[in-house]
Design a protein around this ligand. Structure first.
Ligand code: FES
Ligand code: FES
Length: 886
C-alpha cells in the first residue's frame, strides 16, 4: 500500500488492523480511542473513502492508497493546510485534541449534501471534551477566534491554543506517539522524551472473581510463549502499600493498594503482568497464566457491606468496610425543622459513570543512560506520581523522571496511578523499555469511575421562604479501594450544603468499601451527585411553599462576604471574597424568558417546562496546592515557560502564555509553554481541583515578573555577559475562593415515549475575570455535554456478582453531536477574584454539577413528576409518566 503517497515496504501481520499497522509505521495522527469502530478517532481514507481503521484489516489495504491526517493537506493539493484543518483552528474545534484528527478526516470527506445534517453525518465520531459546539462551528465554517488588531494586552482575548496547528495536522504527540516532534512548539529536549529502543508490551491478567484469595499462580506455560520475556505476580510486588489516588498530602487517601496483590477485591483487578515482545505474545501469555483461587463471599453494594457480619475488604484499615465518614452539626437541626412551615425529605441516587477520556490510560517507561527510571505517561499529576513511585520502589527523587506529553483528556481519571506502578516494576526488573496501554474495555472494568451515591436530603423552610433546617445523609460506594474515597466524600458534602444560608444544618456521610470496580476522582469531585439531590430537594421545597424556584434560591443563597460552612476562618482558607451566584441566576432566568432556543412547534401532546439549578465550587483543594513555574529567555528570542501542570485539554497552556506575555510585554506566540517534565520544571502539585490557572497560572505570572525585573536590571546596568536569564515563581495555593455555575433548561417531554428534547440550554458562570473567552466557553460547553450524558443515559452497570457489564462505548453511550444541544454560555461580570491571576477563578469542573438537577427540575416542571434517580433514560421517564397504566 501507499500511505500519504509513500510506498510502505512493511507487510501487515496476520489479523492486524489498519490502525495498528499505520501507527507502527509512524503515522501517529491515527489515534486509538476504542477497539471496535465506536469513536472515529482512527479515521483514515482508503482510496479516498473514510474508514474506521481499527476495524479495517490492514491486509485489505494492499495495493491501495491510504491517507491519514498527516497527508490530508497534500492530498487536497493545499500547501497551507486543508480548509477543514484551518476551520478547526479558527473555531478552536478541539480541547485535548485526541479526537481531532479523526474528526477532521470525517468532516473533510463529507459530501455537500450531508453537511446540513451534521448530527447524522458525525454520528460515528465521539469528542469527550468540547461538547461539539466548536466542532459544529468548525465544520460550518464559523470562526471563534477574532483578530484583535491593536490590542495591547493579551488578557481577556480570544486567543487560540498554542498547539492548535500541531493538533489539526496530527503532529501533536500524545503519550504513546513515540516519534520525535517538530515545529515551533516542540521544545528543547524532545529526544529525551523517547525510549532508547522499541518498548516491550505489558498486558494484565485480570481477576474473574469479585473477592478471592490467590492460593498459587503458575506462570510456566506463559513463559514458554515465544516472545514472552517475563511474568510478574504478587510474589514480585513491592511490599509497600499505596493509594492510586494522588494528592499533595499522600495521607489523604488510605494505603490499601499493592502493585500486585494476593487478595482479589474486585472483578477485573490485576493479578499478573505479562511482558512480551509484541501485544499478541503478551495476550497469549496472559491466557496461559494459571491461577488457583479460593473464592470468598463478596459484597457488591454499600448496604451489603455495612450489614452486620459482612465480609471485610480491608479489616485492618477499615473495620466495618467504612473507608471514611463525616458527622457534623451546626445549630439545632431538629429545632430548625420544627420551626419550618414545610419540610421536604427525599432520597436521591446518582449512578456510577466513567470519564471516557478518549485517550486511555497509558505509560511507557525505560531506564536512561544513567540508570534512572523514566516514565512518559498520561497523567494529570506527574510530580505526585514520581514521588509515590519513589516511595513504593525505594528510590530517590532524582532517580525517577516523569513526563506528561499532551494528555488526551483526564476529567479526574488521570489523577490516579493506574499504569505507572506496574510499568515501573517491569522496567526495573527487565531493564528494557516497556509500555502498557489500557484497552477501552479495561477503562470500563478496571479504571476508576464516579462514586455512586445515595443521598437523602431533608430541607425545611418558613412560609416567607427562609430555610430553617437542612440535613444531608450520604452513602458513597468507593468500590474495592479507597482512592479518593475520603476526599470525594468531604468535598461532596461541602459546597452542596454551603450553597445556602441556614442556621441549622446536619451532615452525615460515609464512603463504603464494596467488592466492585474502584471509584475515584471525577469532574466535580463528588458534587455532581450531591448537588443533584440538594438542588432537586430545594426546588421541590420552593414549589411546596408556592415560590418561584429561582426566587426561593435567591432568598437563601450564600452571598459575597458570607463565611462558608467549611471555612476555618484562618487567613488563606476558602472565602466568598467574590461570589456572583445571584448575577448568574439573573442571567439564566432572563435567557430562559427571552424566547431564545428552539420552539416547541410540531410537538403536539408533549409537555414543556423549565428548570434551573445552582452549583458552587471551592477553588483549589484545601490545605494548599504548591506550584512552581520557571520562565526563561530562549536562544534566538522569546521565552520558554516551564510549567509543571499538565495540559489535557483544559486550556491552561493557552492561558499561561497569555499571562506570561502580558507581564513580559511580548506577543503570546513568543512564549513557548513546555510539557510537564519533573526534570525540567519545579514541583507542581498537579492539574486537579481546577488549579491549572489559579495556582500554576499565578506561579507563571510571578516567574515572568521576576524575569522581567532581571531583564530590566540587566538593561539598567548596561552590561550583558550574553547569558540567558531565567526566573522562578511560586504559588502555595492557600488562598482560595468560590466559583459558581447556574444551569437552565427548557425541555419538552413526550408522554407517549418518554423522550426528552432540550429546547434551550443556558449556563451562566462566575469565573471572575475572563482571561480567554473562547477557552472558557469551550470548558463550559464541554462540561454541560459531559454532564448531559451522565444525566440522561450514561451508566457503568455492575451485576450483583460485581461484574461490569458495560464494557464498550456502544454499550455505554457517550453523547455524540446528535445528543447535545447548543448551550448558551454567559459570563458573570460583577466579580473579580482577589486571589487568582487578574481576578480569574477556575471553571473546569463547576459547569458539570448543576446540569442533572436543572434537567430534573425542568422535567418536574413539565410533568409534575419528581425524578429521584439518575440517569433519566427514556424508559425511566416513560414508566414514571405512565405508571398507572403499566
Ligand atoms: S479507534 Fe477506531 S473507531 Fe475508535
Ligand atoms: S478534544 Fe475531542 S476528545 Fe478531547
Amino acid at each position: 500500500m501507499k500511505v500519504n503517497g509513500e510506498p510502505v515496504p512493511a507487510e501487515p501481520r496476520p489479523g492486524q488492523c489498519l490502525r495498528t499497522f499505520l501507527r507502527e509505521q509512524g503515522w501517529f495522527g491515527v489515534k486509538k480511542g476504542c477497539d471496535a469502530g465506536d469513536c472515529g478517532a482512527c479515521t483514515v481514507y482508503v482510496d479516498g473513502v473514510p474508514v474506521h481503521s481499527c476495524v479495517y484489516p490492514a491486509v485489505r489495504a494492499r495495493g491501495r492508497e491510504v491517507t491519514t491526517i498527516e497527508g490530508l493537506a497534500s492530498n487536497h493539493g493545499a500547501s497551507g493546510g486543508h480548509p477543514v484543518q484551518a476551520a478547526f483552528l479558527a473555531a478552536q474545534g478541539f480541547q485535548c485534541g485526541f479526537c481531532t484528527p479523526g474528526m477532521i478526516m470525517t468532516a473533510a470527506a463529507l459530501p455537500d449534501d450531508q453537511r446540513p445534517d451534521l448530527p447524522r453525518a458525525l454520528k460515528g465520531s465521539i469528542c469527550r471534551c468540547t461538547g461539539y459546539g466548536a466542532i459544529e462551528d468548525a465544520v460550518r465554517g464559523t470562526a471563534r477566534l477574532i483578530q484583535n488588531e491593536g490590542v495591547t494586552s493579551p488578557i481577556g482575548q480570544p486567543l487560540g491554543a498554542p498547539a492548535g496547528q500541531a493538533v489539526v495536522t496530527g503532529a501533536a504527540r500524545f503519550t504513546l506517539d513515540l516519534a520525535p516532534e517538530s515545529g515551533p512548539e516542540a521544545g528543547p529536549v524532545p529526544e529525551e522524551h523517547l525510549p532508547p529502543a522499541p518498548p516491550l508490551h505489558l498486558k494484565l491478567v485480570r481477576a474473574p472473581h469479585a473477592h478471592a484469595w490467590i492460593r498459587s499462580v503458575d506462570t510456566s506455560a506463559a513463559l514458554r510463549v515465544p516472545g514472552v520475556v517475563a511474568v510478574f505476580t504478587y510474589a514480585d510486588s513491592p511490599a509497600r502499600k499505596f493509594s492510586s489516588a494522588r494528592h499533595a498530602n499522600p495521607d489523604d487517601d488510605p494505603y490499601d493498594t499493592l502493585v500486585l496483590d494476593r487478595t482479589v477485591r474486585f472483578h477485573g483487578q490485576r493479578i499478573a503482568a505479562v511482558v512480551a515482545e509484541t501485544v499478541a505474545a503478551a495476550e497469549a501469555g496472559c491466557a496461559l497464566v494459571s491461577v488457583d483461587y479460593e473464592v470468598l463471599p463478596a459484597v457488591t453494594s454499600p448496604a451489603a457491606a455495612l450489614a452486620a457480619g459482612a465480609p471485610q475488604l480491608h479489616p485492618d484499615l477499615a473495620p466495618g468496610n467504612v473507608c471514611a465518614a463525616v458527622d457534623r452539626v451546626s445549630g439545632d437541626p431538629d429545632a430548625g425543622f420544627a420551626a419550618a412551615d414545610v419540610v421536604y425529605e427525599q432520597t436521591f441516587r446518582a449512578q456510577r459513570v466513567q470519564h471516557v477520556a478518549l485517550e486511555t490510560h497509558a505509560t511507557v517507561g525505560w531506564l536512561d543512560a544513567h540508570g534512572r527510571l523514566v516514565l512518559r505517561t498520561a497523567t494529570q499529576v506527574p510530580f505526585l506520581t514520581r514521588d509515590e513511585l519513589c516511595r513504593v520502589f525505594g528510590r530517590e527523587q532524582d532517580q525517577v523522571r516523569v513526563i506528561a506529553k499532551r494528555v488526551g483528556g483526564g476529567f479526574g481519571g488521570k489523577q490516579e496511578m493506574l499504569t505507572e506502578d506496574v510499568v515501573a516494576l517491569a522496567v526495573l526488573r527487565t531493564g528494557r523499555p516497556v509500555q502498557l496501554e489500557f484497552t477501552r474495555e479495561e477503562q470500563f472494568t478496571a479504571a476508576t469511575t464516579r462514586h455512586p451515591m445515595e443521598v437523602t436530603v431533608k430541607v425545611g423552610a418558613a412560609g416567607d421562604g427562609t430555610l430553617t433546617g437542612f440535613a444531608l445523609d450520604v452513602t458513597a460506594d468507593t468500590g474495592a479501594y479507597g482512592n479518593h474515597g475520603p476526599g470525594v466524600l468531604y468535598h461532596a458534602v461541602e459546597e452542596a450544603v454551603t450553597a445556602y444560608r441556614c442556621p441549622h444544618k446536619r451532615v452525615r456521610a460515609r464512603a463504603v468499601y464494596t467488592n466492585t470496580v474502584p471509584a475515584g476522582a471525577f469532574r466535580g469531585y463528588g458534587l455532581s451527585q450531591t448537588v443533584f439531590a440538594v438542588e432537586s430537594a430545594v426546588d421541590e421545597l420552593a414549589r411546596l411553599l408556592g415560590f418561584n424556584p429561582a426566587e426561593f434560591r435567591r432568598r437563601n443563597l450564600l452571598r459575597e462576604g458570607d463565611r462558608p460552612d467549611n471555612a476555618s476562618g484562618e487567613p488563606g482558607d476558602v472565602s466568598t471574597a467574590s461570589l456572583g451566584t445571584g448575577e448568574c441566576l439573573d442571567l439564566v432566568e432572563k435567557a430562559l424568558a427571552s424566547g431564545r432556543g428552539a420552539a416547541a412547534e410540531g410537538l403536539e401532546g408533549w409537555r414543556t417546562g423549565t428548570g434551573i439549578a445552582v452549583a458552587l465550587l471551592d477553588t483549589i483543594p484545601p490545605g494548599g496546592h504548591p506550584g512552581r513555574a520557571k520562565v526563561a529567555e530562549r536562544p534566538g528570542g522569546g521565552y520558554h515557560a516551564f510549567v509543571g501542570t499538565a495540559e489535557f485539554g483544559n486550556g491552561t497552556a493557552t492561558v499561561h502564555r497569555q499571562l506570561a506575555a502580558d507581564v513580559l510585554g511580548c506577543q503570546p506566540s513568543d512564549v513557548l509553554v513546555l510539557p510537564s517534565d519533573t526534570d525540567r520544571s519545579g514541583h507542581d502539585t498537579g492539574a486537579y481541583g481546577s488549579t491549572g490557572i489559579v495556582v500554576a497560572g499565578t506561579a507563571t505570572v510571578r516567574a515572568a515578573r521576576a524575569l522581567a525585573d532581571a531583564i530590566a536590571a540587566r538593561a539598567a546596568s548596561g552590561s550583558s555577559d550574553g547569558k540567558l536569564l531565567e526566573a522562578e515563581g511560586f504559588c502555595d495555593g492557600l488562598s482560595r475562593s468560590v466559583s459558581a455555575a447556574v444551569q437552565g433548561f427548557r425541555v419538552a417531554v413526550c408522554p407517549g415515549t418518554g423522550e426528552v428534547r432540550i429546547l434551550q440550554s443556558v449556563q451562566a458562570v462566575d469565573a471572575g475575570t475572563v482571561l480567554n473567552p473562547v477557552q472558557l466557553r469551550g470548558q463550559v460547553e464541554g462540561g454541560v455535554a459531559q454532564a448531559l450524558g451522565a444525566a440522561l443515559f450514561e451508566e457503568v452497570r455492575v451485576s450483583a456478582a460485581g461484574v461490569v457489564t458495560t464494557r464498550a462505548l456502544r454499550e455505554y453511550h457517550v453523547p455524540v453531536l446528535a445528543d447535545v444541544p447548543r448551550t448558551e454560555v454567559l459570563f458573570c461580570s460583577s466579580t473579580a477574584d482577589p486571589y487568582g491571576p487578574h481576578g480569574a477563578k477556575p471553571m473546569s469542573e463547576a459547569p458539570f454539577n448543576p446540569v442533572a438537577p436543572a434537567l430534573a427540575n425542568a422535567l418536574r416542571d413539565a410533568t409534575g413528576v419528581r425524578f429521584t434517580s439518575l440517569p433519566l433514560r427514556r424508559d425511566v421517564v416513560y414508566c414514571a409518566l405512565n405508571s398507572s397504566s403499566l
